[in-house]
Structure formats: C-alpha cells, structure tokens
Design a protein around this ligand. Structure first.
Ligand code: SF4
Length: 71
C-alpha cells in the first residue's frame, strides 16, 4: 500500500525468498509498551502490526482488534 512496504515483485523473484528476506518492519517490531503486563504478551506480541498501522498509523500500538482478552 505504501512504497516503503514493497518487498519485491513475485513475477521476478520467488515468493518464498521475498517472504524470508523481507517484511522486517513487521517481524522486527518490538512488543508495544501498552502491552506491558499483559499475560498474553509472549504469545500475542501485540497482535498484527499491519492492523495497528492501518488503523492507528503506527506499529508502536497494539493490534486495535485485540487478538486476546488481555488487549
Ligand atoms: S492481548 Fe492485547 S495487550 Fe496483550 S499482548 Fe496482545 S495486543 Fe497486547
């Protein structure tokens, strides 16, 4: 959706390679501070960073759709 999130073209590169080498902005996200103390933190890790970005404009928020009760 935004140029900085583009990881390549599946017509020119293997999808598996793009998947493994890319998307670091999502994979490397630290657990949001708002999740501190949540009992589901290790499992959930703040939920989906793409949904947090789409809804709140930042990866630093927990998933706004609260994947677990703790959110
Ligand atoms: S359940 Fe909610 S508060 Fe707990 S880690 Fe997930 S998003 Fe954060």
């Amino acid at each position: 959706m935004e140029p900085r999130f583009r990881e390549g073209n599946v017509r020119r590169s293997e999808l598996g390679k793009l998947w493994v080498s890319g998307f670091r902005v999502f994979r490397g996200r630290p657990i949001p501070k708002a999740c501190a103390g949540c009992p589901f933190q290790r499992l959930c890790r703040g939920g989906c960073p793409a949904r947090a970005y789409a809804k709140l404009g930042s990866f630093n928020h927990p998933d706004p759709y609260r994947p677990f009760i703790g959110g």
